[in-house]
Design a protein around this ligand. Structure first.
Ligand code: MN
Ligand code: MN
Length: 465
């Protein structure tokens, strides 16, 4: 090979270029990516709802010697704890040896809820030989994508006497699955000429749950009765119990490698388990002098509301309780804290190039992506992290060999989206978004790169160090 010219050398020194992490990784590191991905896929298959993700996190934490924390419990440096909020969000944390008031918390915040089809409170009816459950979708979805695929039902039903029944049907081999009907193309002429947002209306997202008539001539709704009788026999559920239930239809597919080379993973709910899992494992598996929290929260997909979303004061209370128990000023501890708000971003997709601005879009396999600002219409509603904090995180990553990139969600004024960052920032905590680029985000089955998953994990390790 000929030697570089002076100009080529100068370009190498001065210009910035993203790198494909698969390309720059050593053989050992590439092996590590694939091994890490296997643990992630197991998590995806076991945890399709926030309740299941919360339970899974707790069971992993227990295995690693973490114990449950409740407000008022004593705390000491070196303690490994988890705090469960209503069974739907969990904070896994380590108390560090550094002075919390001066050093602050290191927080990784991600969410464990995902778009899905929720069952209504009065759902069950029969019509024309079929029994259905009426639904109200959860989160931002393209409704037509959720028809004509196998669905599983997950959730809880609170019976009249207060007993909680857990339901999970459609995941085991041999389980029945459920289904949302679509129209055959032969009769779909008018449907296909309409706007995509109207191809399937919200009230057409009815989940098919039965077709067998109850054998009694005197009963008018025989199929509905047969479904009710099965629910009662198996779970002790009566129709009225749907009033106090949280049931969701989620895709019944498992996580699978994608591509001949297995570089990618397809699964339901990468958003945001692809950040939650690295956050969880980073805190569980690695000792640090800092006090670190992995916050796995609920309700991000509907605006971070409610008692389990990050806008709830419980997370602030938890940090304050920790600080006060350790005899620190809680406000100063918060002021000195840093947060990676870890949520997914859109990966640049050449099939839809028109909506991206290529220079600033996240590229698949170029590492976890930092989003200084999200939103559209002049960065509206976005966190827009300080350059100083971005610089600090950038330095951490450089010192620890993290392959990463920056990203913006689409062209200016085309779209945008928000996440938990701005709510953490309200607590006077420096916060920036960092997360894995996703292909087909919010589809029933999304795709990510194993390199980006592993880069995200390495970024968290650098942040905790
Ligand atoms: Mn998300
Ligand atoms: Mn989302």
């Amino acid at each position: 090979m000929s030697e570089n010219s002076a100009g080529q050398e100068l370009l190498k020194e001065l210009a910035y270029k993203k790198t494909n992490y698969f390309e720059t990784a050593t053989k050992d590191e590439r092996d590590a990516m694939f091994i890490y991905a296997d643990g992630y896929k197991a998590f995806l298959d076991a945890a399709k709802t926030e309740r299941e993700a919360c339970d899974y996190a707790v069971s992993l934490a227990k295995k690693k010697g973490f114990t449950e924390y409740k407000f008022g419990d004593p705390l000491h440096p070196g303690d490994r704890k988890y705090f469960v909020n209503r069974g739907k969000s969990v904070v896994v944390f380590r108390i560090g040896t550094k002075n919390l008031e001066k050093d602050g918390f290191r927080i990784i915040a991600s969410h464990i809820d995902a778009p899905r089809i929720d069952i209504k409170q009065n759902p069950l009816y029969e019509d024309s030989g079929m029994a259905f459950l009426k639904t109200h979708y959860y989160g931002g979805i393209k409704k037509y994508q959720w028809t004509a695929i196998p669905l599983a039902l997950h959730g809880v039903v609170i019976l009249k006497d207060g007993t909680k029944v857990e339901l999970k049907v459609g995941e085991e081999a041999g389980d029945p699955v459920f289904y949302i009907n679509d129209l055959l193309p032969h009769l779909g002429g008018e449907q296909m000429n309409g706007k995509a947002s109207g191809i399937i209306e919200g009230e057409q997202l009815n989940v098919l749950v039965g077709g067998l008539p109850y054998p009694d001539k005197e009963v008018s709704e025989k199929i509905k009765l047969s479904v009710l009788s099965i629910l009662h026999e198996k779970y002790g559920i009566c129709e009225e119990d749907f009033l106090s239930a949280e049931l969701s239809a989620v895709p019944a597919f498992g996580a699978r490698d994608v591509g001949f080379d297995r570089a990618l993973i397809g699964a339901y709910g990468h958003d945001d388990r692809v950040c939650a899992y690295p956050a969880l494992t980073a805190v569980l598996d690695n000792e640090t002098e800092h006090t670190v929290l992995a916050m796995l929260v609920d309700k991000e997909e509907i605006g971070s509301e409610g008692t389990t979303g990050i806008q709830c004061k419980v997370y602030e209370d938890l940090m304050d309780e920790i600080a006060i128990t350790l005899r620190c000023n809680h406000r100063r501890a918060r002021a000195n804290s840093k947060c990676l708000s870890s949520d997914v971003t859109a990966a640049y997709d050449p099939n839809f190039a028109g909506v991206y601005e290529k220079m600033n879009a996240a590229m698949l396999s170029c590492g976890t992506a930092m989003c200084k600002f999200t939103g559209a219409r002049g960065k509206s509603g976005s966190n827009d992290a300080n350059a100083e904090f971005v610089g600090e995180v950038r330095k951490m990553f450089a010192e620890n060999g993290v392959v990463w990139q920056t990203s913006e969600l689409g062209k200016v004024d085309v779209g945008g989206g928000g996440t938990v960052a701005k709510f953490v920032a309200q607590l006077n905590i420096d916060t920036v978004d960092l997360g894995v680029p996703v292909i087909s985000m919010h589809a029933p089955w999304e795709v990510i790169s194993k390199a980006d998953l592993y880069s995200n994990y390495k970024a968290f390790l650098a942040f905790m160090k």
